[in-house]
Design a protein around this ligand. Structure first.
Ligand SMILES: Cc1cc2nc3c(=O)[nH]c(=O)nc-3n(C[C@H](O)[C@H](O)[C@H](O)COP(=O)(O)O)c2cc1C
Length: 314
């Protein structure tokens, strides 16, 4: 077994992980079969994410993708999360060791890594089928989080979408928040991070569609009325919970991808402490909301760019 090649292939897959505004806030170091994953504060959204919550969710997603890609290489990842109390940016150490060949499920999940993409275009007017819904709920639960599905008929849904719009309006009035979002969206074609204009998606004509309205977004097109909306929650709201939320998020998204289900997000509402608090109350959650998403059936968009894997080596 060429271990170096396998470790490289695993990390090449892991960079496909989702991250807030495609900031890719991770740094990787390898030493033989040991991978250390650090959060990169130079890529943190200091204004909208001062605590680093979304940065750590993104790193948690990277961690889950690494674990999943390891199985494709017949390796097992032994993970230690936040192993050093004196180094808060050290998200995890990952020991990769040879394991049995992947089973059909593991292989299918790993194949979804490169097929998963955030899809901000309109979906078909069809909520998730119940077997798919159970599968994505189980995926969140496996990683220590929960998916609180908001039924279309639920009165709280309108209130949650109202809070999403309120948070976006407040951010749009704040010059620093505007500047931060615009630095990472409608990015130039030679950038290997951020979200290019054509992937920001059209703006929904109907305000009640739970898709993010980016400042640089354009157009006004009809969207579906019946996508499935869900909030990912964790029991507490610590750094460890944020990393768990990221791992759960990527498990949900990869499982969804195996069913040809796509997702988009509307997380400005969780960046503003007041609207986050109000969302929690509107849904009577006894857990911390970490992601707000919309799930449905739709076309596959293009890929957002990625920085190449350049792990520092010993
Ligand atoms: C913590 C977090 C928050 C995000 N918030 C949003 C959001 O509010 N709206 C949105 O359209 N995408 C959101 N995304 C998705 C990212 O923009 C997306 O993952 C990134 O641009 C990479 O593109 P990809 O998912 O297609 O690979 C979020 C992702 C993460 C991990």
């Amino acid at each position: 077994m060429d271990t170096d090649l396998r470790v490289r292939r695993i990390l090449q897959a892991a960079v496909h992980s989702p991250s807030v505004l495609n900031t890719q806030p991770w740094r990787v170091h390898t030493s033989g079969r040991t991978v250390t994953l650090h959060a990169d504060p130079a890529r943190q959204l200091l204004h909208s994410d001062p605590s680093g919550r979304e940065m750590l969710i993104s790193c948690g997603a990277f961690l889950f993708t690494t674990r999943t890609a390891a199985r494709r290489e017949s390796m097992v990842a032994d993970v230690s999360v936040l192993p050093d109390p004196d180094d808060k940016l050290l998200v995890a150490t990952i020991e990769l060791r040879p394991g049995r060949d992947p089973n059909a499920y593991e292989r299918e999940l790993a194949l979804a890594i490169e097929r998963r993409r955030t899809t901000r275009a309109p979906f078909e007017d069809q909520p998730l089928f119940s077997d798919v819904l159970h599968a994505v709920e189980a995926a969140a639960h496996e990683e220590g989080a929960e998916l609180r599905v908001i039924q279309h008929s639920e009165p709280a849904r309108d209130e949650v979408v109202r809070l999403v719009r309120r948070a976006e309006a407040l951010a749009a009035e704040d010059p620093v928040a505007r500047e931060e979002e615009l630095a990472w969206t409608a990015t130039a074609p030679d950038r290997d991070d951020g979200i290019p204009q054509d992937l920001l998606g059209p703006r929904p004509a109907d305000e009640r569609v739970p898709v993010r309205r980016f400042l640089a977004g354009a157009g006004s097109v009809p969207f579906e009325q019946h996508s499935t909306m869900a909030v990912l929650t964790t029991p507490d709201d610590t750094a460890r919970d944020w990393i768990a939320a990221g791992q759960a998020l990527e498990n949900v998204l990869l499982v969804a991808t195996t069913y040809f289900v796509r997702a988009s997000f509307a997380t400005t509402v969780l960046e503003n402490p007041t609207t986050r608090h109000d969302l929690r109350r509107a849904l009577t959650l006894d857990a911390a909301p970490q992601m707000v998403m919309r799930l449905g059936y739709g076309k596959m968009p293009g890929h957002t760019p990625r920085r190449p894997v350049t792990p520092s080596n010993d």
